[in-house]
Design a protein around this ligand. Structure first.
Ligand SMILES: Nc1ncnc2c1ncn2[C@@H]1O[C@H](COP(=O)(O)OP(=O)(O)O)[C@@H](O)[C@H]1O
Ligand SMILES: [Mg+2]
Length: 363
């Protein structure tokens, strides 16, 4: 087919979520229709090296084939700026699909680089990505827009080191117990503890501060955990909701990836009025955070009053065919391969729209 668009798939990354990203890339690349797109794999190693492979011409048999190593074209994040003698590796893609999670991928850094290079990409821009990564900034924005969620406070490493007693008092007064203590910028439940009383708060904050210089402490919400997908740039579509049920104390790292003890129920069985509130809230959340392309909005349906309490937004949610986000869309009528195609198109549309903006005053 003439005029095939070139999609560069970025995966791996300098992040705790490296392995899951490789798994995602394996599934996503195999789902892209090679009759419609040229696919260029770019492996970001766990220590941050960018390595571009050759165009993918047929389905990949094993995910380890994606672990491109040094003898192949070795490049830097400035890949498309660096002249090289290998024309296939210097080709600027029509669009980049970042299949990266967490820091250096979901947080606006990669997006900023792509903006500077004026290359289209899938998903939220710098602002939406960064705001969706920092739980304190995200919740400040929700609060400013009247979006309900757990009460929270934030504590920086500096404040904790210099004023620990005062900080503990502040947490007790404003949040109380039980509460959840989390690093402000992370995912996959890493560094998160549930604190039942004051005896564990010091340990919980110390633990979260191992991963970030800022922590968030939140009131515990008792209720059901529900997730919903949103796609679009300006005109938004929402998926059916899905519920997470876990047998552990909360949806921690083990229950997410290791012990298989959590279940996804799709669609979540919710009363009509709750469903309407959830869909409206999800679209509002997407809009106020400046999300683009896709996001998964995670909420609690509070047990006492069935209110939708927003927990967080993931701007590059888990994306294997067995992850919540693609499954939600599958149940909504958009299968995995069509979802990927749609997200690519949304990224191209957004980029084209930006090309029409003026960057200088008229003469
Ligand atoms: N305020 C809260 N009340 C009740 N449970 C919570 C709260 N915050 C987090 N949790 C539990 O911890 C899990 C991980 O927290 P979350 O904020 O979603 O972090 P992550 O970004 O690592 O997914 C949630 O899925 C939920 O099970
Ligand atoms: Mg979460």
């Amino acid at each position: 087919m003439a005029n095939k668009k070139t999609v560069a798939v970025l995966y791996g990354g300098k992040s705790a979520e490296y392995d899951i990203s490789i798994q995602t890339a394996f599934s996503a690349i195999n789902a892209i229709d090679l009759n419609k797109f040229r696919v260029l794999p770019i492996h970001i190693t766990n220590n941050g090296k960018w390595i571009q492979g050759h165009e993918i011409l047929e389905k990949i048999a094993y995910k380890d084939q994606l672990l491109l190593d040094e003898p192949q074209a070795k490049v830097s994040p400035a890949l498309w700026l660096t002249p090289t003698s290998d024309p296939s590796s210097s080709q600027t893609p029509d669009i980049v699909f970042p299949l990266l999670h967490g820091t250096n991928g979901e947080d606006g850094t990669v997006q900023g680089m792509l903006e500077l290079l004026n290359i289209a990409y899938v998903g939220s821009g710098v602002m939406g990505s960064a705001a969706g990564m920092d739980k304190v900034i995200m919740k400040d924005i929700f609060a400013a827009h009247g979006i309900q969620g757990p009460h929270y406070v934030s504590v920086t490493k500096y404040e904790w080191t210099n004023n620990q007693d005062e900080m503990i008092k502040m947490i007790e007064e404003k949040i109380g117990f039980p509460n959840f203590v989390k690093p402000a910028n992370l995912g996959s439940s890493v560094g998160i503890s549930q604190c039942l009383d004051e005896s564990t708060i010091v340990k919980a904050v110390d633990e979260a501060l191992r991963y970030d210089t800022k922590v968030i402490v939140e009131e515990k919400i008792v209720g059901r955990e529900v997730e919903i997908g949103v796609i679009g740039n300006d005109e938004l579509e929402v998926s059916v909701p899905g519920e997470i049920q876990t047998t552990g104390t909360f949806y921690d790292y083990q229950s997410k990836y290791q012990d298989g003890k959590s279940r996804m129920i799709i669609p979540a069985d919710l009363p009509e009025d709750v469903l309407i509130e959830l869909k409206t809230t999800a679209k509002k959340v997407f809009k106020v955070l400046n999300c683009k392309g896709l996001a998964r909005v995670d909420v609690f349906i509070q047990e006492s009053d069935h209110k939708v309490m927003v927990n967080e937004v993931n701007t590059l949610p888990g994306f294997t065919p067995f992850s919540m986000f693609p499954l939600l869309w599958k149940h909504t009528g958009l299968p995995y391969d069509k979802l990927i195609e749609k997200l690519i198109q949304l990224g191209i549309d957004r980029h084209q729209e930006k090309q029409t903006l003026r960057f200088r005053l008229e003469d």
